[in-house]
Design a protein around this ligand. Structure first.
Ligand SMILES: Cc1cc2nc3c(=O)[nH]c(=O)nc-3n(C[C@H](O)[C@H](O)[C@H](O)COP(=O)(O)O)c2cc1C
Length: 187
């Protein structure tokens, strides 16, 4: 699985996904944009060193490493999916318009062309028409737009419940079994 963390608010959605997928024994390739690191530090106090200390098994790839194997369809086709969480409007715009300025943009482009499942956990509010048009473009191209907007029907009691709802929906989109949130009418 490839997990990309960009500079939208909600770094915890990337962190929690990493925690859950590592605990499920997924082999994780992780790319964090430079803005992603700024937000990880600001919102969670997480630096590269701390992240690697907590998840030593993760393959952390620099965003500038455009010749990395995951930039090639011949390799990405072997992956279960690509998740961008959180996904900024800037990364969404790059992907929607086929412009690659870092490895995250390229991995998303390759996922779309190879039909590797791509889930984009977008975060912004409100949306401009530009954002909405970019969502439409990537959705037409096959990406799953999964807004970081938790539901309240399962009566969340904590911040963790809210985060796990969104993380659970990401796993649902990739058909990965979990019990991170209570489904409708589940006892
Ligand atoms: C604390 C903080 C919060 C941000 N929150 C958002 C956000 O929720 N959504 C968004 O699209 N951009 C947000 N930004 C702006 C992005 O980080 C900025 O557009 C950046 O260029 C995105 O680059 P990236 O997509 O390569 O990570 C935020 C920036 C900071 C510093």
């Amino acid at each position: 699985m490839v997990l990309c963390i960009t500079g939208a608010s909600g770094a915890i959605y990337g962190y929690r996904l990493l925690q859950v997928l590592v605990s499920m024994d997924f082999q994780m390739d992780v790319v964090v944009s430079s803005s992603g690191w700024i937000v990880l530090k600001h919102e969670m106090g997480l630096t590269k060193e701390k992240l690697l200390k907590e998840f030593p098994q993760v393959n952390l790839i620099p965003e500038k490493d455009i010749s990395n194997s995951i930039a090639s369809g011949s390799r990405l086709i072997q992956y279960n999916g690509v998740i961008v969480s959180p996904c900024s409007m800037s990364t969404l715009a790059h992907v929607a318009n086929g412009i690659n300025q870092n490895l995250i943009h390229r991995v998303c482009e390759v996922a779309l062309k190879e039909r590797v499942p791509l889930v984009m956990v977008i975060r912004e509010t409100p949306y401009s028409l530009v954002h909405i048009e970019n969502m439409l473009k990537v959705a037409h191209a096959g990406a799953i737009i999964l807004p970081a907007s938790p539901g309240f029907y399962n009566k969340p009691k904590s911040l963790q419940d809210l985060v796990d709802f969104v993380v659970g929906k990401v796993l649902d989109a990739l058909r990965i079994e979990h019990n991170l949130y209570k489904r409708w009418k589940e006892d």
